[in-house]
Design a binder for this molecule. Structure first.
Ligand code: ATP
Ligand code: MG
Length: 443
């Protein structure tokens, strides 16, 4: 069981923690994701440890600890770089209701591994002796590229419905297949996924967007298993084209590009009516900021899809005037995102040969056209007057001209903005004052 283990080298700080526990007489192993990822040759910064020591015993051995989940046996140990490593007491599940586990300590390593979800996640590695403990054939499954439940798949999914979503995420992340029994158990789990808290569902969507190069591999399975129908009904019949478009956007580099996650979610929702999208994201407990941004971006995309496709197909292309009006209606801060959604959707539409939104097969914008449009749109967003606040006169000026305070002011400012979008050179005090006077006379 422990032969021919490739060299897995956890960081020294992790080795120190293992050594401290071992020297105090406590059996301790590296477990879970980091062992799996190391065997795959991937980096993983979270080296979780499992030990026979109880949480109080762990806390007594280290000077700086954080009680991250004492009731589940988890103590965070801070290393000298202030990095936290989770040390969890061997445990077994004594009760499970599909959502929450009640755990019991005093278990063995075997029992601890047996309660884990998939064979590839149920290996333990001893960095001091370089021994791998792999009772469920995780290494074999890694080599074959299979996500397989530990034990009887049906029972394991009944214990914790989240495992269905986790399985689909891991398969997409590593480009693995799902073992037959595991897939059947996922399909049977789908109607029961409504029991999961929206927060946990959201977290799975986020992680899938963050971890998978091709999230479509996960979400196609969400659709086929009935998971979407249960927990995100508006996405139950999401098209292949939309799913493919999600893959066209780069994966978010964890911390540096958080907006990429939201962008991928915007593409996933890009065929939903904005109100439907808003309601879905709200039900899944997305932040108000995310909801507002994603909904506005897809509104913008739906508004400009046909318009831009048709204009770009003509020789004249998109005029400055049209571009200003598109940027104004989408919003200057959202235009870049909207064009990224557009680029992904057009790319996927092109790859799949699907018709345009109006049913036509007008030629789709080329990468070069989109790039040019993107640069022009950003320039416009920076330089042009696109909101009433950018006008050379404001509400106070209009009041001084004798316009009655109230809705009339807003209406007049909107009319002036429309004028300026068509003729940017008229955005001066004199021109707008004159225009405001004449508009009032007209009214
Ligand atoms: P990641 O790199 O995404 O963090 P991970 O495998 O470390 O992947 P975690 O969610 O951090 O995943 O969980 C750590 C380990 O705990 C898993 O590898 C698995 O062994 C176990 N585990 C986590 N969630 C479950 C679950 N719902 N059911 C059973 N075991 C689980
Ligand atoms: Mg982890």
């Amino acid at each position: 069981m422990s032969s021919h283990v490739p060299i897995i080298r956890p960081p020294d700080t992790v080795l120190e923690i293992v050594r401290t526990l071992r020297n105090a007489g406590f059996e301790t192993w590296c477990v879970g994701g980091a062992v799996r990822d190391a065997l795959l040759g991937h980096d993983n910064l979270d080296w979780d440890l499992a030990t026979v020591a109880t949480p109080p015993q762990v806390r007594r051995l280290f000077t700086r600890t954080v009680p991250v989940g004492i009731e589940f046996g988890t103590v965070g140990v801070l290393d000298r770089h202030n990095r936290m490593h989770e040390v969890t007491t061997f445990r077994r599940d004594v009760q499970h209701d599909g959502r929450h586990a009640v755990v019991e300590f005093g278990a063995s390593l075997e029992e601890d591994l047996a309660r884990r979800d998939f064979t590839i996640n149920a290996m333990a590695f001893d960095p001091l002796s370089n021994a791998l403990h792999d009772p469920f054939g995780g290494r074999d499954d890694l080599a074959k590229g299979v996500v397989r439940a530990v034990g009887v798949a049906e029972e394991r999914m009944q214990e914790d419905r989240l495992r269905a979503l986790r399985a689909m995420r891991f398969a997409a992340r590593f480009d693995f297949s799902l073992a037959d029994d595991t897939w059947h158990a996922i399909v049977n789990s789908a109607p029961h996924l409504t029991r999961l808290s929206p927060e946990r569902v959201k977290q799975e969507i986020d992680k899938t967007m963050e971890q998978a190069r091709r999230p479509s591999h996960a979400f196609r399975r969400w659709r086929e298993s009935g998971a979407f129908a249960a927990i995100a009904p508006p996405l139950a019949t999401v098209s292949d084209e939309v799913l493919q478009a999600v893959d066209c956007l780069p994966a978010p580099a964890a911390v540096t590009r958080p907006q990429r996650r939201a962008l991928r979610i915007a593409v996933l929702c890009s065929d939903l009516a904005p109100t439907e999208c808003d309601a879905l994201l709200r039900a899944l407990r997305f932040s108000n900021q995310d909801i507002a941004w994603i909904t506005a971006v897809i509104t913008g995309w739906q508004r400009c899809d046909n318009m831009l496709v048709s204009a770009l197909a003509t020789e004249a292309g998109v005029s400055d005037r049209m571009l200003r009006s598109v940027v104004a209606s989408v919003g200057r801060l959202r235009m870049g995102a909207c064009l990224r959604v557009a680029a992904a959707r057009w790319q996927a539409r092109c790859d799949s040969g699907a018709p345009n939104a109006d049913g036509s097969h007008a030629p789709l914008p080329t990468t070069q056209q989109i790039r040019r449009l993107y640069r022009r749109a950003l320039r416009s967003a920076f330089n042009d007057a696109l909101e009433t606040a950018d006008l050379a006169i404001d509400g106070d000026d209009l009041r001084q001209l004798g316009v009655r305070p109230g809705p009339a002011i807003g209406q007049l400012l909107k009319a002036l903005l429309a004028e300026v979008l068509d003729h940017p050179e008229r955005n001066t005090r004199d021109a707008l004052t004159a225009r405001a006077r004449s508009l009032r006379v007209d009214a």
